[in-house]
Design a protein around this ligand. Structure first.
Ligand code: SAJ
Length: 420
């Protein structure tokens, strides 16, 4: 089987490299970070993701996966480096371009390069292809080049990498065909062929659809609070309609994809009265709204103490990138409101307490920010005894309201009732 190199061993690269290795390929994973290379070298994963440690362990121990700092010759290269957002809300292609430049010296006629990093439409054709051609190799004939976006959901990566359908866009039909042959070896979903720029656009509109839909849900939550309707119930009923899929409201949109990808579209073309940028604005404002509601809840308490439950950007994952919880924590710091936080998956912040009991001790108000499964059935007896005032603000609608009210809590649910 061909030797494959995966460049960038992060959330996407490491699972991809491990799956290829357990499917019989000889895989060289490349990352510029010494710590990552050494962790994988010891057959461990540096990323928390269900099942990942086990598969990395098997891949490395089988001898099929090795991690290195520099690229070496292979037949296929899959680039999965980050493309973050700059302060000017533009795609930062520096990691992608530098990965490609570092790869050029080992490229030879007949190799295939696949980009998976999320990129503005045209990046593969206008930014990556010229870097290869500068070396004298012709893209399309000497080197095959394709863009194939990842679509996996953090928390469920190993299943989705295999099961999801994929869009594969080559810079020419031969490149598409070659890339398809690679994915055919481990993807069980359908493989659809496009051109590279369309495939880049498709990736962005998927996450943009979700962001805009969540913004709609957040606005509906604001309406519902004002007219005393339970937005969660209303959305559930509306979604019984065969053509509806309204998303869920919440404290904001986090992670490394939804808050970023719509900007990659917006940087390329503008339309009048952009729904996409308005949606970004609505979702970005959600932490401020949550903060104001917290202020309202504790306004009559002298020196209140607040407890944030959940720091990761969504339930049952440890990733805190762009997490709304961190923005709310910042606002509490700025306004000098005493607070602590608890998250069973996260352990990097000095304002955290590492067990729930300590986090709620002497607290006046609990704010649920992440829908971790551990928060659904908290022992209320213990909680009640250690808290001062008993406010709870559920921004994810995961609590059983009746149970909490019975235990003496004053319950506020986002999208249901507004703080007086
Ligand atoms: N969120 C809501 N309401 C919802 C759904 C999500 O407020 O109804 C919030 C979450 O709490 C979280 C954020 O949005 O803060 C993003 O979470 P997510 O589960 O929607 O998405 P990600 O970022 O974990 O993964 C997305 C996925 N994209 C789509 O579903 C279209 C995934 O398939 C992509 O592979 C991934 O982005 C990516 O890498 O682009």
């Amino acid at each position: 089987m061909d030797k494959i190199s995966v460049i960038g061993l992060g959330y996407i690269g490491l699972p991809t490299a491990s799956i290829l290795a357990t499917n019989g390929f000889k895989v060289v994973g490349v990352d510029t970070d010494d710590r990552i290379v050494s962790t994988i070298g010891k057959a461990n994963s540096h990323i928390e993701e269900p099942g990942l440690n086990t598969i990395v362990n098997a891949a490395v121990k089988s001898g099929n996966l090795v991690a290195k700092k520099r690229p070496e010759e292979a037949k296929v290269f899959i680039i999965t480096v980050p493309t973050p957002l700059t302060d000017e809300k533009k795609a930062d292609l520096s990691h992608l371009k530098s990965a490609m430049k570092n790869l050029v010296p080992v490229l030879k006629k007949g190799d295939l390069v696949i980009i998976e990093s999320t990129s503005p439409p045209g990046t593969t054709r206008d930014e990556i292809s010229p870097i290869i051609e500068k070396s004298g190799l012709n893209v399309g004939s000497d080197i095959h080049l394709a863009y194939c976006p990842e679509r996996v959901l953090p928390g469920n990566i190993l299943e989705e990498i295999v099961e999801n359908d994929r869009i594969i866009g080559g810079v020419n039909p031969e490149s598409t065909k070659k890339a398809k042959e690679v994915y055919q070896t481990f993807v069980e979903g359908d493989l659809y062929c496009a051109d590279a720029t369309t495939a880049e656009f498709v990736k962005l509109i998927e996450n943009t659809y979700r962001d805009v839909n969540i913004a709609l849900a957040n606005q509906l939550a604001d309406f519902a609070e004002q007219i005393n309707i339970d937005v969660w119930e209303a959305i559930e009923f509306a979604n019984k309609h065969p053509r509806l899929n309204i998303h869920q409201p919440g404290p904001g949109v986090g992670g490394h994809c939804l808050p970023i990808d719509p900007w990659f579209l917006l940087e390329q073309a503008s339309v009048t009265g952009s729904l996409i940028s308005k949606s970004r604005e609505i979702n970005d404002q959600r932490p401020n709204y949550v903060f104001r509601e917290i202020q309202g809840l504790v306004k009559d308490i002298p020196e209140p103490k607040v407890t944030l439950l959940g720091l990761s950007y969504k339930g049952n994952v440890e990733d805190t990138r762009e997490s709304p919880s961190l923005k709310i924590a910042d606002l509490l710091v700025k306004e000098n409101i005493n607070f602590t936080a608890f998250d069973p998956y996260v352990d990097n912040f000095d304002f955290q307490t590492n067990e729930l009991g300590g986090a709620v001790d002497g607290s006046d108000c609990i704010v649920i920010l992440t829908d971790h499964k551990e928060f659904e059935n908290i022992d209320l007896k213990k909680l009640r005894e250690s808290m001062e005032h008993k406010y709870v603000f559920d921004t994810k609608n995961i609590l059983n309201r009746k149970r909490w009210e019975k235990a003496g809590f004053n319950v506020k649910i986002l999208g249901v009732n507004k703080t007086e």
